[in-house]
Ligand binder design. Structure first.
Ligand code: N01
Length: 546
C-alpha cells in the first residue's frame, strides 16, 4: 500500500475545518471536494487502505450487483474514460483497484490517517467545533464532521450458544482475511444465505472437500449472467451516457413504478417479460413490471416465477423446496444476484440444512449442532450480515449540542433530516444516512449527490459567515414521518429484513432507507431556499468562520 502515513505517525492535534470519517467512495470524494473548496480536512480510516466496503468484503465471489460501467464516479469524465472495467459485474479486486487508482490519481492518501478509528466526537458549543478523538491519540477541533462510514460496515456474528468455542478457523464475509483463505480439503460450514452467502457458497464449494450451508431464510436470487465487457458494450455505454447523467442529476427516482401496465397485460404477457428480464439477469428483474414492490398480486407472480426457476435448476426435490423463498414478498429483502448459486446444490459435496425445520442449538468445538444432528466441520464462515445503517454511527460516542447523544436521539430508530443531518448534532453530516435512498439506489450515485450537497452547504456557510447549521427538529420529524408513510405504501415492511433493523435483536423496527421519488430535487430545493429546515447561526466570537 503506497501509504506513508499509517505507521508510527505522530498524533494529530489542533484545529481543522473538517474531519471525514471513512475512506470508502464517500470519504474519498468528500476529501477531494473539500480540498477543491480550500477547506482543510483530515480523513480517518480504520483499515490500512481505501475502498470501504470493497476493502473489507474480500470473500470469494464478492462482486458488485450494479453493472460496473454504472458503478463508477461520474464527477470526473477523465477518470470515467481512462478506467476500463473488464466485466459486466466487477469482482471485488477490480473495484478495490479502482478505489486505489482514484486515491492515487487524485492524491488523496496524504489526507487520510489509516488504521485509525474515531472513538468520539463531542460538539463544543462555545466555539462551534467538534472535538474528535481517535484510538491513535488524535484530538482535533473541527468545524465540520462528515460521517462517510458506509451503510454496511459493522459485521455481525450472531449470538449462537457456543459460537466462540469452535476450535477451527472462523471467518466473517464482511471482514475477510486479506491474504485469502484456502479451503482445499476442508469441511466448511456456511451460515447465512443473504447476498454474501449466495455469492461465496459456489466459490467455496468449488474448493472445499464439503460445504454445509445452514439456511434460516431462503432468498430470491437472479442469475447475474456476467460476461466480459466488450468494446461494443463500452461504446453503447457512452451513447447512453448523456441520458444516464441526466437521470443521475435529475429529480431522483422512486421505487415501485405504476402497477397499471402490469395489470393491463395478460398473464402470458407478464410471464414473457419475466422470462426476458430473467434472461438479461441481475437485480433489474424487479423492474420487469411496475408494481412488483407495491402490489402483492404482481409480486406473487414474480416470486412464483423465481420459485419455478429454482425448481427447474435444483435436482433434489427436497433441497429445491427448501431453497424456495416463501416467507416474504420478492424484493422486500435485498434481491440477490448470483453466479451458479442454485446449481451449486447439485454438487455432491454440498449439503443444505434447513434451519426452519432443524434449528441450530449450539456451535461446539468441532461443529454445528442442530435439533437433528451435529455437523462436524473444520472451518466456519459467517455470512450473517451487518448492523446496517446505524451500527457504525452508534458505535462512536457522538454528543451534540447540550450533551444530546446520537444514542438517545435514535433510541426509537434513526431520525435524520433527508438522511443528511441529525437534529441536535450541528455541523455533522452523514453520507447516505437513514432517511435517504442510499441502499435502495446505486450507492455510488447517491454518495456523489450527498457529498456535493454537503460541499455546497459548507461553501454557503463560509460565504455567509455562518458557523453552525442544525436540522430543525419539527422539520426532521416531518421528514421521518414522510419516509415511514412512503415505505408503508409498499410491501417492504412485510419482511424481517435488515432494512427494517430486524436482523439485530432489540434494534427498533423502522424502515431505514427512503423509497420515495423526487429526493434529489427535494435536497436541491432545500439548498436553493437557503437551507430550509435548517437553523443557521453565526458565532460572534468567531469572526473568521472556517
Ligand atoms: O447479509 P444479510 P449479507 N442463524 O443480512 C442469516 C449488501 N451486499 O452480508 O434472513 C442462522 O443479507 C440470515 O438469515 P435470516 C447487500 O445490500 C451486496 O449477505 O435473518 N442464520 C441471512 O440469511 C446485502 O443485502 C453484495 O433468517 C443467520 C444471512 O445470515 C447486504 O450487503 C454482496 C443467523 C445474512 O444476510 C447484506 O448482505 C454482499 C443465525 N443466528 C452484500 N443470523 C453485492 O452483490 C443471521 N443469519 C453488491
Amino acid at each position: 500500500m503506497a501509504d506513508g502515513s499509517k505507521f508510527g505517525r505522530a498524533p494529530k492535534r489542533g484545529e481543522i475545518d473538517a474531519v471525514v470519517v471513512g475512506a470508502g467512495f464517500g470519504g474519498m470524494y468528500m476529501l477531494h471536494k473539500l480540498r477543491e473548496l480550500g477547506v482543510s480536512a483530515q480523513g480517518f480510516e480504520a483499515g490500512d487502505g481505501v475502498g470501504g466496503t470493497w476493502y473489507w468484503n474480500r470473500y470469494p465471489g464478492a462482486r458488485c450487483d450494479v453493472p460496473s460501467l454504472f458503478y463508477s464516479y461520474t464527477w470526473s469524465e477523465a477518470l470515467q474514460t481512462e478506467w476500463r472495467w473488464t466485466e459486466k459485474y466487477a469482482a471485488q479486486p477490480e473495484i478495490l483497484a479502482y478505489a486505489n487508482h482514484v486515491a492515487d490519481r487524485f492524491e488523496l492518501r496524504s489526507l487520510i490517517a489509516f488504521e485509525t478509528r474515531v472513538l468520539s466526537a463531542h460538539f463544543d458549543e462555545a466555539v462551534d467545533r467538534w472535538r474528535v478523538i481517535t484510538d491513535r491519540g488524535d484530538e482535533l477541533m473541527a468545524r465540520y464532521v462528515v460521517m462517510a462510514t458506509g451503510c454496511l460496515s459493522t459485521p455481525r456474528k450472531p449470538p449462537i450458544p457456543g459460537v466462540d468455542d469452535f476450535a477451527g478457523a472462523t471467518y466473517h464475509t464482511g471482514a475477510w482475511p486479506h491474504e485469502g483463505v484456502d479451503f482445499s480439503g476442508k469441511r466448511v460450514a456456511v451460515i447465512g444465505t443473504g447476498s454474501s452467502g449466495i455469492q461465496s457458497i459456489p466459490q467455496i464449494a468449488a474448493q472445499a472437500e464439503h460445504v454445509t450451508v445452514f439456511q434460516r431464510t431462503a432468498n430470491y436470487s437472479v442469475p447475474a449472467n456476467n460476461t466480459p465487457l466488450t468494446q461494443k458494450d463500452i461504446d453503447e455505454f457512452w451513447k447512453l451516457y448523456p441520458d444516464y447523467i441526466a437521470m443521475v442529476k435529475g429529480p431522483g427516482m422512486g421505487f415501485g413504478g405504476n402497477p397499471a401496465n402490469a395489470l393491463a397485460a395478460t398473464a402470458e404477457e407478464r410471464r414473457q417479460r419475466f422470462e426476458e428480464f430473467w434472461g438479461v439477469g441481475g437485480a433489474g428483474f424487479l423492474a420487469a413490471w411496475g408494481g412488483i414492490i407495491t402490489d402483492i398480486d404482481i409480486n406473487t407472480e414474480a416470486a412464483d416465477f423465481v420459485r419455478e426457476q429454482i425448481g427447474k435448476t435444483v435436482k433434489d426435490p427436497k433441497t429445491a423446496e427448501a431453497l424456495k423463498p416463501n416467507d416474504h414478498p420478492i424484493g422486500t429483502k435485498r434481491i440477490c444476484v448470483d453466479i451458479d448459486y442454485f446449481e451449486t446444490y447439485n454438487r455432491p459435496n454440498v449439503t443444505l440444512v434447513n434451519l426452519k425445520q432443524t434449528p441450530i442449538e449450539a456451535v461446539t468445538a468441532t461443529g454445528v449442532r442442530t435439533s437433528e444432528q451435529t455437523y462436524e466441520v473444520d472451518a466456519m464462515v459467517f455470512a450473517t450480515g451487518f448492523d446496517a445503517m446505524t451500527g457504525t454511527l452508534l458505535a462512536i460516542d457522538i454528543q451534540g449540542a447540550g450533551g444530546a447523544t446520537l444514542k438517545d436521539a435514535w433510541a426509537e430508530g434513526p431520525k435524520a433530516y433527508l438522511g443528511l443531518a441529525v437534529a441536535g448534532l450541528p455541523n455533522l453530516f452523514i453520507v447516505t444516512g437513514p432517511g435517504s435512498p442510499s441502499v435502495l439506489s446505486n450507492m455510488i450515485n447517491s454518495i456523489e449527490q450527498h457529498v456535493e450537497w454537503i460541499a455546497d452547504c459548507i461553501a454557503y456557510m463560509r460565504e455567509h459567515g455562518f458557523t453552525r447549521i442544525a436540522a430543525d427538529p419539527p422539520t426532521q420529524e416531518k421528514w421521518v414521518g414522510h419516509v415511514r408513510r412512503v415505505a408503508d405504501k409498499t410491501l417492504f415492511p412485510r419482511a424481517a429484513s435488515w432494512y427494517m433493523g430486524a436482523n439485530i435483536p432489540g434494534k427498533p423496527r423502522v424502515f431505514m432507507p427512503y423509497i420515495g421519488a423526487g429526493y434529489r430535487k427535494k435536497c436541491a430545493d432545500v439548498a436553493a431556499a437557503g437551507y430550509e429546515g435548517f437553523d443557521l447561526q453565526k458565532a460572534p466570537s468567531d469572526a473568521h468562520a472556517a
